[in-house]
Design a protein around this ligand. Structure first.
Ligand SMILES: Cc1cc2nc3c(=O)[nH]c(=O)nc-3n(C[C@H](O)[C@H](O)[C@H](O)COP(=O)(O)O)c2cc1C
Length: 183
């Protein structure tokens, strides 16, 4: 529901969105043999992930808080990516915790964003299970503050996207280093 709030907000602000839900988009466990050539794994779900990530000017990474961090499913998806897939892209980070809204998932994702040379925007949106109400069989976000925060985060993401719009490397005369690693 939090992801849906963010998606709708981005659309209202003029963005086109594509939601990749890892419950439905099942990915194989990352295979180290393909590290550095992520397009090689034969599984079409990986190819589809790469295609959609590469088509995106910006991304929102959202996860439940699992044991004080983000989910293993999201980490596995991110491990299928290479730095080139994320470098220079603005990222917004969201997390939902059980009892209390907690920044742990988003904060840990910020470190991963840095490793992939992404630009995580400062604002995050976090919720807890209690922020949602079931109305007419559907979950709704009950906290106005959450909605206001999501709007501010989405505005910041689109602002960063305009400012840091990725240009092809050769168009700006910057050659990528021969070997890059997270640090
Ligand atoms: C394995 C597991 C670990 C969890 N650990 C935490 C936690 O450390 N802190 C927390 O606030 N909630 C924790 N929760 C609760 C979930 O964050 C919360 O119920 C979840 O965000 C609901 O979304 P979901 O149904 O998409 O998983 C945990 C849930 C699971 C399944």
């Amino acid at each position: 529901m939090l992801t849906e709030l963010v998606r709708r907000t981005l659309e209202q602000l003029g963005a086109r969105t594509d939601v990749l839900d890892l419950r439905e988009h099942r990915l194989p466990q990352v295979d180290v043999r393909y590290h550095g050539s992520p397009e090689d794994p034969p599984d079409p779900a990986v190819g589809d992930l790469l295609h959609r990530v590469r088509a995106a000017d910006a991304m929102v990474w959202a996860s439940p808080v699992y044991h004080n961090s983000y989910s293993a499913a999201l980490k596995n998806a991110l491990d299928h990516l290479a730095i080139a897939d994320v470098r220079g892209k603005p990222l917004a980070l969201c997390g939902n915790g059980g009892r209390r809204a907690s920044g742990q998932a988003a904060d840990h994702l910020r470190i991963v964003a840095r490793g992939l040379h992404g630009i995580a925007v400062p604002l995050v949106t976090t919720t807890a299970d209690g922020d949602f109400r079931r109305v007419d069989g559907e979950y709704r976000i009950a906290a106005r503050e959450t909605i206001e925060r999501a709007v501010a985060m989405c505005q910041q993401l689109l602002d960063y996207t305009d400012r840091f719009r990725t240009a092809p490397q050769d168009a700006v005369g910057v050659a990528a280093p021969a070997s890059e690693g997270a640090s």
